[in-house]
Design a protein around this ligand. Sequence first.
Ligand code: BES
Ligand code: MN
Ligand code: MN
Length: 463
Amino acid sequence: MQHIQSYIEEHKDRFLNELIELLKIPSVSADSAYKDDVIKTAEAIKISLENAGCDTVEICETDGFPIVYGEKMIDENLPTVLVYGHYDVQPADPLELWDSPPYEPVIKKTDIHPDGAIFARGACDDKGQMYMHVKAMEFMTSTNQLPCNVKFMIEGEEEVGSVNLSTFVKNNQEKLKNDVILISDTGMIAQDVPSITTGLRGLSYVEVEVTGPNRDLHSGLYGGAVANPINILTKMIASLHDENNHITIPGFYDKVEELSEEERTEMAKAPFSLEDYKKALDIDAVYGEKGYTTNERNSIRPTLDVNGIWGGYIGEGAKTVIASQAFAKISMRLVPHQDWEDITNLFQTHFESIAPAGVKVKVSPHHGGQGYVTPIDSIGYKAASKAYNDTFGKTPIPQRSGGSIPIVSLFEQELKSKTILMGFGLNSDAIHSPNEHFGVWNYFKGIETIPLFYKYFTELSKS
Ligand code: BES
Ligand code: MN
Ligand code: MN
């Protein structure tokens, strides 16, 4: 029976080229200008799943972009793994900051990726990581080593909140029935420090609008006498954190799970260099909530960040003006037990309450989702841990991530199964940023590790 390593060796150029072809299609879900490309990508995924040995593959239409569903059921008495991933990508802008065009993938060596990395939008998030599963499937079916049933559900709206996928999941419980959900859409600590993501943060995303006078005004004639919406908005935003960088919204922390000292000590064992962290970001100090370490701040603690702020004159030169309106997009990352809709309401009530007379404030919720934590004693976690042990020669470290995949908690709620997050990206892979990339070594390591997950999950499920 052919081993995965020799299979990869034999097919590696094709594995890379197929991914490169997929990365050439700009499947930006947020921007309607790319609508046709998003649909084209769904069709390409359908073909790749058929080629990988799925028996049935369908494009499931939704009110938004389609979901590609495929399956291979070999025996109803065997366990079923449901693979989830997304084929949509974040917008590539600012384009001028890319060293090579975002949809013309190139392989270049970097310090962290001496074997090369594929540079393209979506290389790591999530086309590259999703495609590892397609190629692992191809290996298992073509060499007769698929040990259990498999279902694939690859969506095209993850980067815009997975709203239509929620409906699809609720309406297709029987079709999606599974014993474990497997996702590669997260990261690991370092190339030589494998880790399995055991937590994701929730999210509440809102847009705020502050309106002052009914028109833009001469800042000399009116300045000092009427509320300037930009001054007011920035002041209101600044008041959302206190001097300890604690969030000031009443009730915000009420449900936050406090980790025990033991859990915090355990977390602190994960290898981490503050010096390297600062160096990688060109900053001379880290910044955040008092009383917590950097790794705690970006995983087990909730946050509030302005993602964009605008208003007034930003063109060349100077214009003396008091803008009529000012705007900001604000995201709050949440931890388990904080309910995103409750938090959105708390934000709205508080933000409206701190508006001074002289302006009107409007808060519009965008989207959100709950956080997720998963235990490390489940069959799924154990199977993943054994798989990494085989391919990395080390036991992976459980790690709670700061990012969000809101659909994961909905999976648990609706499908009653645990999700295993086997991510092979690195924080330095620049997802959502210019020059996103994914290590060639990571891509192949993922393809190598995934079939072992299937094997151990099936074995452990029997015993
Ligand atoms: N794959 C990411 C989430 C991620 C990345 C989790 C790395 C953990 C480690 C996902 O595509 C993403 O970007 N999610 C968004 C939320 C979504 C609602 C737009 C996020 O976290 O900002
Ligand atoms: Mn993703
Ligand atoms: Mn993303």
